[in-house]
Design a protein around this ligand. Structure first.
Ligand SMILES: Nc1ncnc2c1ncn2[C@@H]1O[C@H](COP(=O)(O)OP(=O)(O)O)[C@@H](O)[C@H]1O
Ligand SMILES: [Mg+2]
Length: 353
């Protein structure tokens, strides 16, 4: 998978900008506040239809402009496609090869982007919602069935919570929704378990390379369901939680409450690790899906990833770049032989080979 060209109009701090990235490492270099992250974020938008810094669309539109436009030509599975994203105050429109996209998932099945940005350093230290969102996104990319399942689960959960918040609770409707949720839980757990065991292997390998010493990291997954007979187990757990759910007016059990931790030498990085250890564990985890993306690969974004790494770990991360396929690296300064370099200055991007 490759991004062949990208142009922006009224996107973040850019009026107009057009770049033709190279196949390997691309550097966005410039002073603080020049627009390096903004340009990387435009690349990210091609996969998810939004940036990573805010779920809202409005910040993507240049101050004073009506709408923002991101156009790109990508190569995916041996074919080239044109993507057009239009961000308006009241929503967004996406087109692939001139045809309007009905579901944003059509974009992510065409373009896969993996990213690490400084705010991800708290991946294991921060709240569990971030880890669950990562899981759901990573699994959905490779598994359309999981994507639909997670969406159904989300919708049923919203309906069940709305019911629990009502003046009087319709017990029959609650029973029906609960049973439908129960049927989603087991396959969600199964897919997460499978993915996390692959992820554990990749994260161990990446962490060993980044640290420059052989090490084994373990992922401690705390699934909702633990038995070999997960459907009756889920049913029993929901039944046991019913009184609490009614009292708290929300669904207190289920896969939406799950979490996982990373253990190094048996200790949780989130709970015990230093900032540096957390940063490295987060980089390894966020990059791992790029190594799991098969032949087609992913586009990789490394936003300011080197700024807080020591020299040795920084060099080790650089040594990984040739295996990551097409990468976009933002930094104030960065040396890398053979990289295509874009000098970013206040809303412009000039190329230098
Ligand atoms: N919607 C917007 N309209 C105009 N300017 C914006 C918008 N969103 C962000 N900016 C500005 O873009 C500038 C560059 O941001 P960024 O890409 O994060 O810089 P950096 O090069 O340090 O990564 C910031 O000064 C920010 O205020
Ligand atoms: Mg930045």
């Amino acid at each position: 998978m490759k991004l062949l060209r990208l142009s922006l109009r009224s996107f973040r701090n850019y009026d107009e900008c057009r770049i033709e990235p190279g196949e390997g490492v691309n550097l966005f270099l410039g002073e603080n506040g020049s627009g390096k992250t903004n340009l990387a974020e435009a690349v990210y938008c091609l996969s998810l239809g939004r940036g990573w810094r805010s779920p809202d669309i409005a910040p993507l539109i240049k101050d004073g402009a009506k709408e923002a436009l991101v156009e790109a030509r990508v190569e995916s599975r041996g074919l080239t496609h044109d993507i057009e994203l239009r961000f308006m105050k009241k929503g967004r429109q996406a087109k692939i090869d001139g045809h309007p996209v009905r579901k944003l998932s059509e974009l992510s099945s065409l373009v896969s982007v993996v990213s690490y940005a400084p705010e991800d350093a708290l991946f294991y230290k921060g709240p569990p919602g971030v880890r669950r969102a990562f899981l759901d996104l990573a699994i959905s990319k490779a598994d359309e069935g999981y994507f639909r399942l997670a969406k159904t689960h989300h919708k049923l959960l919203e309906e069940r919570n709305a019911l629990l918040k009502g003046e009087t609770v319709d017990r029959l409707a609650l029973e029906v929704l609960t049973e439908r949720l129960v049927m989603c839980e087991a396959p969600i757990d199964e897919a997460r378990k499978k993915f996390l065991s692959l992820l554990e292997h990749r994260v161990s390998g990446l962490l060993s390379e980044l640290k420059g010493e052989e090490m084994e990291a373990r992922i401690d997954y705390r699934p909702f369901l633990k038995s070999d007979d997960p459907i009756p187990e889920a049913r029993a757990l929901y039944a046991r939680a019913l009184a609490t759910d009614l009292e708290r007016r929300t669904t207190t059990v289920g896969t939406h409450r799950e979490d996982f931790a990373l253990l190094e030498d048996g200790k949780s990085v989130g709970a015990y690790g230093s900032q540096g250890e957390n940063r490295l564990a987060s980089i390894a985890t966020k990059l791992a899906p790029a190594m799991m993306a098969g032949k087609e690969g992913s586009i990789v974004i490394l936003d300011d990833a080197w700024s807080e790494l020591d020299e040795k770990r920084g060099e080790n991360l650089k040594a990984l770049l040739p295996r990551l396929g097409q990468c976009f690296v933002t930094a104030t300064s960065f040396d890398y032989e053979g990289a295509r370099r874009f000098d970013i200055g206040r809303g412009t991007a000039a190329t230098e080979e």
